[in-house]
Design a protein around this ligand. Structure first.
Ligand code: GAL
Length: 606
């Protein structure tokens, strides 16, 4: 590892069974030795807490520890993440093992960072419908509402005779005859997110008592079930696990042709989106904790990356401000669930193709003067609670919050722009000439004040500020942001083959709102306002690529932001004095006099 220029090694994240083979019998000599060997080679260790994999004996100790799915089925032992965040006994055991590791390694000079647990929420594990979750939810509601009458009022339980006389009567919102009250779901989602945050904080509080090293968590791609800004507040570094080919294969709404075009490279915007998101979650400090090095084992199809992609993915991360890129994994394990998952080494320890690319990146990086992060001219808000809101009440099959925000992100990147992602409680927008906040269900007071003081252009909508904090329709009707003169009177969702054309070209897809207001900047061909306002603008539908490109270009040109429409696959990112050109296309692309190799990266002074 050291020979090829790797500097960090993460270990231990699933090793509880080896650390404590029987309850109370610890065996850490092997871990002492591993850390010593790595440290002696000059490598820095990220030590993972092993709480994502409770050993088998834990299931005997706490028979009710397992998460329960929405259909009420207990999720079994035999893989990972088989615990419920609300289980108090499990939390005590977690505190014990984390305390033991923190005490033992907190001042070990080679343990230079920590990772809490592993990929919270992965495998759909945030929402658990267990008895432990139900009891904790009742307590959470009692804290929040203080009286059942207040809860009944907030949820609107007079509808369908749903009033409760006590918090003990409230069940979880699954298994109802037809849909449960959306306010009930929203509170359950908020509660479930808070449980992840407090579970993580339990660990960070303990680690900090014993260790000065920074603490990270490795988040996963397109996971919105808990508020990453919430966990992020207790961590020093936001890390994420980047599997570009797996994600293209199984978690994007793109056409089959598009998938074919990028099948060995990944989506040209998805990694960058997460880099920018996690830079925000980590308040500037972020890593890739796991970088795909070859075919993975878990997606519907698992192609081999094109030569050059392991290098490209790593460089793209550094261009977006990553402090480190680690690969998953070092050596392919020939046994158990991930035996088909590539590593930098083959199972026989010969080198696999990404090995040389990792070495090349390490050499290039060492020779490269600092690649700094620069503030982008454009900001895009990302709000986890809005993902829950529109999952709770999509009102149309295709209304997905991540999909909406990602479409805006892609629209900005096609125009050659670098983007900053902002949390929904951002109080100061003065650094940005253009701010976008599509689909934010409930705007925070801080953000409303920031909008009022912002002298750039802000584009809101569709569906922005469309719900109260209690998940009701606000009156006056949305977006209710004076002095913006705009009222959404009615909304409709539509199948993808029923577009709403805009007078200046392009369409609204999936979603459109009938609104009144002024000034009207764009209209639909059936005569409704499509874009309303002046500096603060409200967009009344979900724009397709053509409409979005025009709406964004107009706003940029009004603000003096230079745009540069990029060919398919080519993207750029400004980083300090450098401009990086990243080509996700399989073939060379020439743009404005420069040619970037297929699956290649190029940097030039800005
Ligand atoms: C991640 C996980 C790793 C490994 C990897 C396989 O989700 O953190 O432990 O399972 O995926 O791609």
């Amino acid at each position: 590892m050291a020979d090829i220029g790797l500097t960090w090694v993460r270990i231990g994240e699933f090793a509880w069974g080896r650390m404590e083979p029987e309850p109370g019998r610890y065996d850490l000599d092997w871990l002492d030795r591993a850390i010593a060997v790595l440290g002696a080679a000059g490598l820095r260790v990220v030590l993972g807490t092993p709480t994502a994999t409770p050993p088998r004996w834990m299931m005997t100790r706490h028979p009710d520890i397992a998460p329960v799915d929405r259909e009420g089925r207990v999720r079994g032992f035999g893989s990972r993440r088989h615990y419920c965040f609300s289980h108090q006994g499990y939390r005590q055991d977690c505190a014990r093992i984390v305390g033991l590791l923190a005490e033992r390694y907190g001042s070990n000079p080679h343990v230079a960072a920590w990772q809490t647990d592993n990929e919270y929420a992965c495998h759909d594990t945030t929402l658990s419908y267990s008895a432990a979750a139900r009891d904790a939810f009742r307590n959470w509601l009692a804290q929040k509402y203080q009286s059942p009458q207040a809860l009944n009022r907030a949820w609107g339980n007079v509808f369908w005779s749903m009033d409760y006389a006590g918090f003990d009567e409230v069940e979880l919102p699954n298994l109802t005859v037809t849909e449960a009250n959306p306010a009930h779901w929203m509170d359950f989602r908020r509660f479930s997110s808070d449980q992840v945050v407090s579970f993580n904080r339990l660990q960070t509080d303990i680690i900090r008592r014993h260790s000065p090293a920074p603490i990270a968590h490795n988040y996963m791609g397109r996971v919105t079930d808990f508020d990453h800004f919430g966990t992020g507040a207790d961590l020093d570094i936001a890390a994420w696990d980047s599997y570009p080919l797996g994600f293209l294969s199984d978690r994007l709404e793109v056409t089959p042709e598009y998938k074919r075009m990028f099948i060995r490279q990944g989506d040209p915007d998805l990694q960058a989106f997460h880099h920018d998101l996690y830079r925000a979650v980590g308040r500037g400090r972020w890593w890739i904790m796991e970088q795909q090095p070859g075919p993975v084992n878990w997606a519907p199809y698992n192609p081999d990356p094109l030569p050059g992609m392991a290098r490209l993915w790593a460089w793209e991360a550094f261009a977006h401000g990553a402090e480190a890129v680690c690969y998953f994994r070092w050596r392919q394990a020939p046994f158990a669930q991930e035996q088909q998952h590539a590593g930098l080494l083959r199972p026989d320890s010969a080198t696999a193709p990404a090995y040389d690319e990792a070495a090349e990146v390490a050499r290039e990086l060492a020779a490269m003067p600092d690649v700094e992060t620069t503030a982008a001219p454009v900001a895009l808000v990302f709000d986890y609670a809005s993902a829950w809101a529109w999952q709770t009440q999509p009102q149309g099959r295709d209304f997905d919050y991540f999909r909406l925000v990602f479409a805006f992100y892609r629209g900005l990147r096609r125009l050659g722009l670098s983007v900053d992602i902002l949390p929904p409680d951002t109080a100061d927008l003065s650094a940005y000439k253009l701010v976008l906040a599509p689909g934010v269900a409930t705007l925070s007071d801080a953000f409303k004040t920031a909008l009022a003081n912002h002298d750039g252009i802000a584009i809101l909508g569709p569906r922005t500020n469309a719900k109260t904090a209690d998940f009701a329709i606000p009156v006056p009707l949305p977006p209710a942001l004076p002095p913006l003169h705009c009222t959404v009177m009615r909304v409709e969702s539509l199948p993808p083959d029923v577009p709403v054309p805009l007078a200046r070209g392009g369409n609204f897809l999936h979603w459109r709102e009938k609104a009144e207001g002024s000034p009207v900047l764009e209209t639909t061909t059936d005569g409704w306002p499509a874009l309303i306002g002046d500096r603060l603008r409200y967009l009344t539908g979900w724009p397709d690529e053509t409409a979005l490109a025009r709406i964004l270009t107009d706003a940029c040109s009004a603000q003096g932001i230079t745009t540069d429409t990029l060919p398919d696959g080519l993207r750029c990112r400004d980083a300090g004095k450098w401009r990086f050109w990243i080509n996700y296309a399989a073939h060379p692309v020439t743009h404005a006099g420069r040619t970037v190799a297929g699956a290649g990266v190029l940097w030039e002074p800005r």
